[in-house]
Design a protein around this ligand. Structure first.
Ligand SMILES: Nc1ncnc2c1ncn2[C@@H]1O[C@H](COP(=O)(O)OP(=O)(O)OP(=O)(O)O)[C@@H](O)[C@H]1O
Ligand SMILES: [Mg+2]
Length: 344
C-alpha cells in the first residue's frame, strides 16, 4: 500500500509518502511569515497553505519516485488545528482521492504525533500498552494507549500547553518564535537554579498539568528586574524557566507510570525535541528500567510522515473516511471513533 500523507493543521504545509510502512519522502514547508508576528496568524496560514500545497505534494511524490497513479490511499489531518488551515489540506485530499478513485482517511493530528515514534522504530509498535506524553504547541496530554484507535486520557493541561508555555515565555523574554528552540538555545550555559520558578501541580493527585501560573511568575519576575539585569542574565533566566517546565512534565509523567504500572513510555510532539527533557527522560528510564521512545528530532514537530504512517495503519485496518468528512478544529483523540469514519 502506497499512501500520501498531507498535513496543514497549523503553519507547516507538509506532504509525505509511506510505501508498505516505510517512509519514502517527507517534505515540510514551514511558513516563515509568522515569525514577523511572533505567533501564527490563522488567515495568513490558510493563504500560504493554498500556495504551497500543490508544489509540496508534487515534491513529495517526486522525491519518493512515485507517480500519482501509483498511490493506493491518502491520509490527511482533519483536526485538531486552525479551521482555515485544515480546510486546505482536507479539501485537497478529497479532490485528489476522488480524481484517482482511491480511498482517503482523516487522521487526528495528535494521533499522528504519537505515531511519529514508529517511523524509524516500527518494532516499538508491538501491540503492548504504553503511556504517551503528547507535548506540543497546543496540547499537553497523557494517554494510555492500548492499540491503534484505543486511547484513554490520563491527564491534560488545565490551561496552557507546555509548548505554549515556551512560546509565551520566549515572547516575555524578547526571544524569537517558536519559543521552545529559542529558550533552549538561550539557556545554554545558563544556571537553571538562578530563579526558583514555581512547579504548578507538582505532587498533586491525578495526572493533570498547569502552565499558566509559571508564565505569570516569569512575567512578574521580569517586571521586578531592570532591563540591564535581564540582558545580563538572560541565559540564567531562560535555563531556570526551561527547568521548571521540564520538572512539571517529568513529575506528571512519573505519576502516570506509578498509577498505571505500565513500563513503556512514549513521548511525542514538538516539545519532545527539547534536549533537557530528553536527557531527564533517558536518566529516569534507565534508572527505572522503563522502555522509552521519542521520535527523531525531525519528526517531533509537524510533518506529514507521521500522518501518512498513522493513516496507513487505519487504511490497512479497513478504515475509510467518506467525502462528507468535515474538519474538526477541536478534535480529541478520545472521540475519533464517533466521527465520519467507516470500516469496510
Ligand atoms: N527544542 C524545543 N524545546 C522546547 N519546545 C520546543 C522545541 N522545539 C519545538 N518546541 C515547541 O513545540 C511546539 C511546536 O510543536 P508542534 O508542531 O508539535 O505543535 P503544534 O502543531 O503547533 O501544536 P499541536 O500539535 O498541539 O496542534 C512549539 O510550541 C515549540 O515552541
Ligand atoms: Mg503539531
Amino acid at each position: 500500500m502506497i499512501v500520501l500523507g498531507i498535513e496543514s493543521s497549523c503553519d507547516d504545509t507538509a506532504a509525505a509518502v509511506v510505501a508498505e510502512g516505510v517512509l519514502r519522502s517527507n517534505i515540510v514547508a514551514t511558513q516563515l511569515d509568522h515569525v514577523l508576528y511572533g505567533g501564527v496568524v490563522p488567515e495568513v496560514a490558510s493563504r500560504i497553505h493554498e500556495q504551497y500545497i500543490v508544489p509540496v505534494v508534487a515534491q513529495a511524490l517526486a522525491s519518493a519516485a512515485i507517480t500519482i497513479r501509483e498511490l493506493s490511499g491518502i491520509a490527511v489531518t482533519y483536526g485538531p488545528g486552525l479551521a482555515g488551515a485544515l480546510v486546505v489540506g482536507l479539501n485537497f485530499a478529497k479532490g485528489l482521492a476522488q480524481a484517482l478513485h482511491i480511498p482517503f482517511i482523516g487522521v487526528d493530528h495528535m494521533e499522528g504525533h504519537l505515531w511519529a515514534n514508529f517511523l524509524k522504530n516500527p518494532a516499538a509498535n508491538d501491540g503492548s500498552p504504553f503511556i504517551c506524553l503528547l507535548v506540543s504547541g497546543g496540547h499537553t496530554h497523557l494517554w494510555r494507549v492500548e492499540g491503534v484507535g484505543q486511547y484513554t486520557l490520563l491527564g491534560r493541561s488545565l490551561d496552557d500547553a507546555a509548548g505554549e508555555a515556551f512560546d509565551k515565555g520566549a515572547r516575555l523574554l524578547g526571544l524569537a518564535y517558536p519559543g521552545g528552540p529559542a529558550i533552549e538555545t538561550a539557556a545554554r550555559e545558563g544556571n537553571p537554579q538562578y530563579v526558583d520558578f514555581p512547579r504548578p501541580m507538582r505532587g498533586t493527585e491525578g495526572c493533570d498539568f498547569s502552565f499558566s501560573g509559571l508564565k505569570t511568575a516569569l512575567y512578574y519576575y521580569l517586571k521586578r528586574q531592570s532591563s540591564t539585569d535581564i540582558g545580563n542574565n538572560l541565559r540564567h533566566i531562560a535555563a531556570s524557566y526551561q527547568l521548571a517546565v521540564v520538572d512539571c512534565l517529568m513529575d506528571r509523567l512519573q505519576r502516570a507510570v506509578q498509577l498505571t504500572g505500565l513500563s513503556r513510555v512514549f513521548v511525542a510532539g514538538g516539545v519532545a525535541a527539547n534536549a533537557l527533557l530528553r536527557h531527564r527522560l533517558d536518566r529516569w528510564a534507565g534508572s527505572q528500567k522503563l522502555t522509552l521512545s521519542y521520535p527523531p528530532l525531525e519528526f517531533c514537530t509537524d510533518n506529514a510522515a507521521m500522518i501518512a504512517l498513522a493513516g496507513s495503519a487505519h487504511l490497512a485496518a479497513g478504515d475509510r473516511s467518506s467525502l462528507d468528512l468535515e474538519i474538526s478544529p477541536n478534535l480529541s483523540l478520545a472521540d475519533r471513533a464517533s466521527r465520519g469514519h467507516v470500516r469496510d
